[in-house]
Design a protein around this ligand. Structure first.
Ligand SMILES: [Mg+2]
Length: 170
């Protein structure tokens, strides 16, 4: 079976737009430190799976094609450094719709695990929202929550930034 590094997108791979959505490539700002996560995965034999809530689609603020354009651009940036995510799982469902895939639900991780034969208990979920840790824990991964948090039971590790996160991954 495979093992995977599950990565949240907004706030981990690219800068978050507070109160808004990345609706086009020009709004996608890569966080350079995120490249070290892809490098680690490559070096240690982990698949990389991006799991991202994109309720801007469900709210009608952007289209599936807008998101596809953003992800094509993201992949081109990663490819410049020799990286390519093995899968990109996104969920367009708006908050409050009892979605089985929208984080904190684990559906995106479970679906990717089935498709890519991933052993979740030997995988990691890294994100910057409590819901990332919740989804990762529910799926059975080890979770790292990046940010200024404390006492989050679903987070196995909490650290301030990607640099510290790399020390945890080892
Ligand atoms: Mg995030």
């Amino acid at each position: 079976m495979n093992k995977a590094l599950f990565l949240d997108r907004d706030g981990i791979i690219n800068e978050r737009i507070i109160g808004g959505y990345v609706t086009k490539p020009a709004e996608f700002k890569l966080i350079p430190e995120s490249l070290s996560l892809f490098a680690w995965a490559k070096e240690h034999g982990y698949l990389t799976v991006i799991v991202t809530n994109q309720q801007g689609i469900g709210k009608g603020l952007m289209t599936e094609q807008d998101l596809a354009d953003v992800h094509t651009y993201m992949c081109s940036l990663l490819a410049e450094h020799g990286f390519a995510p093995d899968a990109i799982e996104y969920c367009p469902d708006p908050d409050g719709t009892n979605s089985t895939r929208r984080k904190p639900a684990p559906g995106m991780l479970l679906d990717a695990a089935q498709q890519l034969n991933i052993n979740l208990s030997s995988s990691w979920m890294i994100g910057d929202s409590i819901t990332d840790a919740q989804a990762g824990k529910e799926a059975g991964t080890t979770t790292i929550l990046i940010g200024t948090y404390s006492n989050i039971p679903e987070a196995d590790y909490i650290c301030p930034d990607i640099k510290e996160c790399m020390k945890i991954l080892g």
